[in-house]
Ligand binder design. Structure first.
Ligand SMILES: [Fe+2]
Length: 190
């Protein structure tokens, strides 16, 4: 497919459809869906600490969805909606009466690093990725790993609590040095 619109954000002009356009589209859709189900779950949980973790991750997901849709537009294309058969089940599970621990485990949020994020390890083997999109992808992948640590830590705390050992409240520390306001807030309360 020939791409005639120039990049409106100063990236290298190209006349071809970027090889990574499908990746950007898939991320935009998945992140927006995750934002919706995590927000629905945050509204329904009775645990204030779990709610804080869910909202932190949900806002990140929502911002990723918008940022990738925006980037697709800047590259001269538009986001293409594609139905995801898992989406309805995820929303149903997230808004259900199951415990927070059951939801985390059933949604696979305790093992995102191995099951999902490892797939991004080879993204930059595509050397045609333009600078601006590369920045966005790099920041996105780092933030996803931090969110995965947050959710895994939350899950472990809930497991410890249900087995009668460990902390009574969910730690929001993701096990790394505070680097921004979110991390500092986590450190204060953990
Ligand atoms: Fe995500």
């Amino acid at each position: 497919m020939v791409h005639v619109m120039p990049d409106r954000n100063g990236a290298v002009a190209t006349t071809d459809k970027p090889t990574y356009l499908g990746l950007l589209n898939a991320i935009a859709l998945a992140e927006s869906r995750a934002h919706r189900y995590l927000m629905a779950w945050a509204e329904s949980t009775g645990d204030a600490d779990v709610r804080q973790v869910l909202r932190t991750v949900a806002w990140r997901e929502g911002e990723h969805g918008m940022a990738f849709a925006k980037r697709i537009n800047e590259l001269g294309f538009e986001l293409r909606d594609k139905p995801d058969p898992r989406s309805e089940a995820q929303m149903e599970l997230a808004s259900s009466k199951l415990s927070d621990l059951e939801k985390l485990e059933k949604l696979g949020l305790d093992r995102l690093e191995t099951d999902v994020l490892s797939g991004f390890d080879t993204v930059f083997k595509d050397h045609s990725i333009d600078i601006r999109t590369g920045e966005l992808l790099g920041r996105y992948i780092a933030e996803e790993h931090d969110s995965a640590r947050l959710l895994r830590t939350c899950c472990q705390t809930l497991r410890d609590r249900s087995s009668g050992k460990g902390r009574k409240t969910v730690s929001r520390a993701a096990g790394k040095a505070p680097a921004d306001a979110t991390s500092r807030r986590r450190s204060r309360v953990s």
